[in-house]
Design a protein around this ligand. Structure first.
Ligand code: CAA
Length: 384
């Protein structure tokens, strides 16, 4: 029995900042952002939207009424929680109207959490093949105005419906993991934004990739030629490219070109959105499927998941017959092109405009399908 991704979708907020405008405002050469980091635009979120609204909006696109009766596991992977106790998963479960006899919870380890959730969902469906699981990877990457990490911000959510005999991708049982206790990026509970040792984080990312890649070749007896594409966690699109190039010395030039062309197809959407933290690997996967004509059913796609701190995993997916008919390419592209460009002043104002920290009874006016319309007693009330 194959188990995997039956449906997949993403959601980003309606506003973005062009990286040329950010570079000009920060007295930086725009090529540093466009070429040096590989980012063209950055998604920006208003205070009335959060991981719940992003996750619900992504999931709504793929969860049918019939699915709502079959889902009994909802997992949200995130490092942008609103609450130290209650999970975003149980709120999204309620907003979507999924049948009540379900297990709903949140998982965390930096940008790795979505993969942990996906693998838990796979194991659950393996034990209960007639049931389905909803996995959401949602985050808001914010480092602060005028910080080193500012050009690598972004936000959004990816939703995946996991089932037996999936229509898009089977998840192979070939995971290789790597853990290393290191402080490259972390956010203690008294910090609004992460603390980051940016250059160390680049180093640990590449080292983690080469470790799991080498281990994968050994354990699974594969070579690079067994992979139609390698897909990476994308904090910014140059990062995965640096890791990919780190394994080029063992490959022919033709092989390098093939994998780098697939890489270019996998980063189309992330260039437009920025970092989704735990959703970034899966936005890369959607971008690859939407933008590549070279893939075919039966192909194996390698996935490198990285969470600072650091936990990483390499595993693979197998493309299913007829997968192309399940993709929503036009809707995905329309979502990105219909967004509104912010001026630098609007971006900075939106960045600093936050939900009140003092308890009270507040009303908000955001008519987006999923948005916070009220905050009272620490409870966020959502449009839906
Ligand atoms: N034209 C073209 N390229 C230029 C340029 C110009 N005018 N000026 C600089 N560049 C290039 C540099 O050569 C460099 O390229 P290489 O890395 O290939 O050498 C690139 O632009 C970046 O330049 P710097 O290293 O000087 O940039 P920086 O000091 O501002 O730091 C950063 C970059 C470390 C990524 C920083 O933005 C940061 O800390 N970001 C947040 C942390 C992060 O994303 N880490 C990634 C790994 S951790 C992870 O994956 C988890 C996660 O999601 C956070």
């Amino acid at each position: 029995m194959k188990i995997g991704i039956d449906k997949i979708s993403f959601h980003v907020p309606n506003d973005y900042l062009d990286m040329t405008d950010l570079a000009n405002a920060r007295n930086t050469d725009p090529n540093k952002f466009h070429i040096g980091l590989g980012q063209d635009k950055m998604a920006v979120i208003p205070k009335t939207q959060d991981i719940v609204t992003l996750g619900a909006a992504a999931a709504e696109k793929i969860v049918s009424d019939e699915d709502k009766e079959s889902i009994d596991l909802v997992i949200v992977g995130t490092e942008s929680s609103n609450d130290f106790s209650k999970s975003a998963a149980v709120i999204i479960h309620g907003l979507l109207g999924i049948q009540p006899f379900a297990r709903s919870y949140e998982v965390k380890h930096a940008c790795y959490a979505g993969t942990a959730a996906l693998q838990q969902a796979r194991d659950y469906v393996a034990a209960h093949p007639t049931r389905k699981a909803l996995v959401i990877a949602a985050d808001i990457a914010k480092y602060g105005l005028n910080t080193g990490g500012e050009p690598t911000q972004g936000c959004g959510a990816v939703a995946m419906l996991v089932s037996a005999e999936p229509s898009i991708l089977a998840i192979n049982d070939d995971s290789v993991f790597y853990s290393e206790d290191v402080y490259d990026f972390w956010r203690p509970s008294n910090h609004e934004y992460p603390l980051v040792d940016g250059h160390l984080s680049n180093e640990i990312y590449i080292n983690s990739f080469t470790r799991v890649w080498e281990q994968n070749l050994k354990v699974n007896q594969t070579t690079s030629q067994d992979y139609a594409a390698l897909t990476f966690h994308l904090p910014y699109t140059k990062m995965g490219r640096k890791a990919l190039r780190a394994i080029f010395p063992s490959m022919s030039e033709e092989e390098q070109t093939r994998l780098e062309t697939r890489y270019d197809e996998a980063v189309v959407y992330s260039r437009e959105v920025g970092n989704l933290y735990t959703g970034s690997l899966y936005l890369g996967l959607i971008s690859l499927l939407d933008n590549s004509d070279a893939l075919k059913p039966g192909d194996r796609i390698g996935m490198f998941s990285y969470g600072s701190g650091a936990v990483s995993e390499f595993f693979s997916l197998e493309l299913m017959p007829g997968y192309k008919e399940q993709l929503t390419v036009a809707a995905n592209q329309a979502l990105l092109t219909a967004r509104k460009q912010l001026t630098i002043e609007e971006y900075e104002e939106m960045f600093e405009d936050k939900l009140p920290l003092v308890d009270g009874d507040y009303d908000f006016n955001d008519d987006t399908t999923y948005a916070i319309n009220k905050l009272k007693d620490g409870i966020r009330y959502y449009n839906h």
